[in-house]
Design a protein. Structure first.
Length: 469
DNA sequence: CTGGGGAAGGGGCCC
DNA sequence: GGGGCCCCTTCCCCA
């Protein structure tokens, strides 16, 4: 038997027998496959709407939904477990009841199951994600995450390299300030979703699902839609009613870092870019607040989590599968999803999700509280070592290593760090930062610095909406 | 390319 | 509920 694959035609066929003999050919064409899958899904959806052959009754908060157990089985881990228990008896209709999400939410979920179209908006995405998590529909969770990410532009770390390259280009081209188009920077795509703009519909964004099965399922409907002629690939369309923000929080941090670097090189500007960042930050805070406002109604879930034999009240994160015992811990955890960083370091402008992280950062980076020589790693006492500054960073070095590296040859300005640091921390316009950055590898004589119990650390919990950059 | 070390981030839990 | 501590993992930089 010979198998021939024509990649170009995306066609595979199997030929049996010798030339001249009867050949059995099976051939597969992707268009036909997706066409057939879409057609079948459409048929099932029609049957559901007409309540034909429905063998599953789902009661959601008093509202009855009818569906096919095969479809639910194939779409949801929850239903897979539920239905597999009664797999032996397929004659009786299956009943399921939910009160942990609303009928509207289940309508969105069910429509997605039968059509591949997920009707997400900023108002329902949290609850849809929570319901999807409950129903163990990982693909829906993933799409909700992408929707939220794209809305908040909480970019993942995969974007770092691309962003930095953009930043480098923007900021190292001399007049980078005015040339920095927020749109160009904000166009970094979320890692698992592709966004494009439909020119026929301004102000809207289209979500391109990467799930091939989903694409196939949706293809039929797309082909049948009036817009299909404009499309080159099957897509799942989500029409967000909130505009994607221009900058994510990590992106803004990097912009700020680059901005500080530029300022330290004497290129100061605080006009359109700062305003754009301020606006974006304000929007991020607003979106986070909107998300928080919806949480109390959905995060409290009673049940078995992590195979805990004792059922207890735990709070489930609407963005992931993580559960915590305390609401306060959930609030803390949510910051890793919302991108909130309410604790800025006034010395270097880096922002943190927790006060303790800020404190740790400040003590490690700016106060040199570790009594270890940075070079030789030996213990350093106040007599055997000194604090050495490198830009905004401070280290301790033993006397021998200081002599080896030649740091002692650097000018010592007799700076009293204990008095200098609070002023530095209070500064917000970068002036102090500039002065500090110029004092590269200074050796200071202040030994009280390390033992000071953090009094130098001025902590401000900043309201993002009116923060000065 | 790889391994080590430091910094950052996140979870659990106690006060 | 907030603050803080401890522990672990991940990321990033550098040799």
């Amino acid at each position: 038997m010979a198998m021939v694959t024509e990649m170009g035609a995306n066609r595979t066929y199997l030929a049996a027998g010798e030339p001249g003999q009867l050949q059995v050919q099976r051939w597969h064409h992707s268009d036909i496959t997706t066409d057939h899958q879409g057609y079948m899904l459409k048929q099932l959806d029609d049957q559901r709407r007409q309540e034909l052959f429905c063998d599953c009754n789902v009661l959601v908060d008093g509202q009855l939904f009818k569906a096919h157990r095969n479809v639910l089985f194939g779409s949801s881990g929850y239903f897979r477990m539920l239905l597999s228990h009664g797999a032996g008896d397929n004659t009786e209709p299956v009943n399921a009841s939910f009160d942990v999400f609303s009928p509207d939410t289940f309508t969105v979920i069910l429509d997605f199951i039968y059509s591949g179209q997920l009707d997400l908006s900023s108002h329902n995405v949290i609850e849809v994600m929570s319901a999807a998590s409950y129903l163990q529909m990982n693909n829906v969770i993933s799409y909700c995450k992408d929707f939220i990410k794209s809305s908040l532009e909480i970019s993942a770390k995969e974007d770092d390299v691309r962003y930095l390259s953009l930043s480098e280009n923007s900021y190292t081209q001399g007049a980078g300030d005015d040339n920095t188009d927020p749109q160009s920077v904000g166009s970094v795509s979320p890692p698992s979703a592709l966004w494009t703009h439909d020119s026929s519909r301004p102000q809207s964004s289209r979500y391109l699902a990467k799930d091939p099965d989903l694409k196939a399922a949706v293809l039929k409907q797309e082909l049948g839609s009036p817009q299909s002629s404009q499309q080159h690939s099957p897509e799942v369309e989500i029409l967000p009613d909130i505009e994607p923000l221009q900058f994510s929080e990590p992106q803004m941090q990097r912009r700020r870092r680059w901005g500080a670097r530029r300022r330290s090189h004497g290129n100061r500007s605080s006009t359109n870019e700062d305003l754009a960042i301020q606006e974006a930050r304000s929007q991020t805070a607003q979106k986070a607040n909107e998300l928080y406002a919806t949480l109390p109604t959905i995060v409290g879930v009673m049940g078995l989590f992590n195979k805990d034999p004792n059922p207890s009240m735990r709070f489930k994160c609407p963005f992931c599968t993580h559960t915590v015992k305390r609401k306060a811990d959930l609030k803390r955890h949510l910051r890793c999803h919302t991108g909130e960083r309410p604790y800025p370091c006034q010395a270097c402008n880096k922002r943190f999700t927790r006060l303790e992280h800020l404190r740790s950062h400040f003590e490690t980076i700016h106060q040199a509280r570790k009594l270890v020589c940075r070079k030789c790693k030996r213990q350093v006492t106040e007599l055997s070592g000194r604090v050495v500054c490198d830009g905004s960073r401070s280290y301790r070095m033993c006397t021998e290593c200081i002599q080896e590296t030649g740091c002692e040859n650097l000018p010592m300005d007799g700076l009293d760090e204990a008095n200098e640091e609070p002023a530095l921390l209070l500064g917000v316009d970068g002036e102090e930062e500039d002065g500090h950055a110029q004092r590269s590898w200074l050796v200071t004589d202040n030994d009280d610095l390390a033992e000071d119990s953090g009094a130098d650390l001025i902590i401000q919990e900043v309201d993002d909406s009116d923060e000065q950059l």
